[in-house]
Design a protein around this ligand. Sequence first.
Ligand code: SAH
Length: 338
Amino acid sequence: MKKSEIIDYLKDDHPSSLTELYARADGVRKEYMGDGILLRGIVEFSSFCKNTCSYCGLNKNNTHLDRFRLTKEQILESVGRIAGARIKTVVLQSGEDDEISAGWLAAVVKDIKARYDMAITLSVGERPRADYQCWRDAGADRYLLKIETANPALYAALHPQMDFNNRLRCLEDVRACGYQVGCGAIVGLKDQTIDDIAGDIVFFSENNFDMIGIGPFIPHAATVLGGEQKGGVALTIKAVALTRIATGTAHLPATTALGSVGEKDYRIDALKAGANVLMPNFTPKAFKKRYEIYPGKRCVDEDSEHCVGCMQALAASIGRHIDYSRGDALKTIVSVLR
Ligand code: SAH
């Protein structure tokens, strides 16, 4: 897909155009990924963060947040519940927490691998290459680091103290270490244009990522963007659909943010427009609410096992089924990051 074509689709809100786009993306999804919906159990294990991302509730300037860090035992207990639900991927996510040493997280990875037949995705932000290598050597399989926006100027405006080129460096490093690589973006950020969103989709397809998470911006009161508009649902789903068409075999989650942005659970719409993954939250119930990257997160009061049941019903309601396999990358890694 040419960037100009992507822009045309993103600008077109005519109902018949949307129906056609979603059907096309759903066809590509069916052809390359089949009807199974993969599950990744997420465990949010630290809400401490040294960064000041202007959209994120975990940013260090948010003094209202009651921060937490799980112990290794608590993480292993959560992973046990994921295994008990027959799910074969755990995503360990945190803020950028310098108290988490490479050695400690490597030990967590090793213990999970010793006890369970499970793929491990890490999502702990920007680190030196040696840390990525250490976790890879310990057995971690995948790394998730969203670019958030592929426009360097917008990235700089949203991330004071951070460096776009360092984020690219991290994406290159995790790939070079042999991880399956996840990326993604936020749709509807302040000052983000249609051209920017099209640029994100081009970035995803050029870099051949194995997984791409796209969610709408949800304003958090304790951030500098707290008073801004939330990202559009239709625009986000169009971005998912176009990413499916542009990338073919990438795993695309129907993100929790899409499930949380409105009254309705819009993850179902994403699943019908190219998405093939859901991410039930297995953070211990007492901590789920405290990992508040944005407000109104869906199902924080539910037991995780209950969420899996809901996901089965959701899949069945659209003629699909839950696929309990690991869901490794279908892509052959051919391209090299710029
Ligand atoms: N520290 C890790 C994880 C970040 S939180 C890292 O840097 O990769 C996980 C994701 O939540 C982010 O990548 C971002 O895409 C999303 N996010 C954060 N704040 C958000 C908001 N207000 N609205 C929507 N998505 C948000």
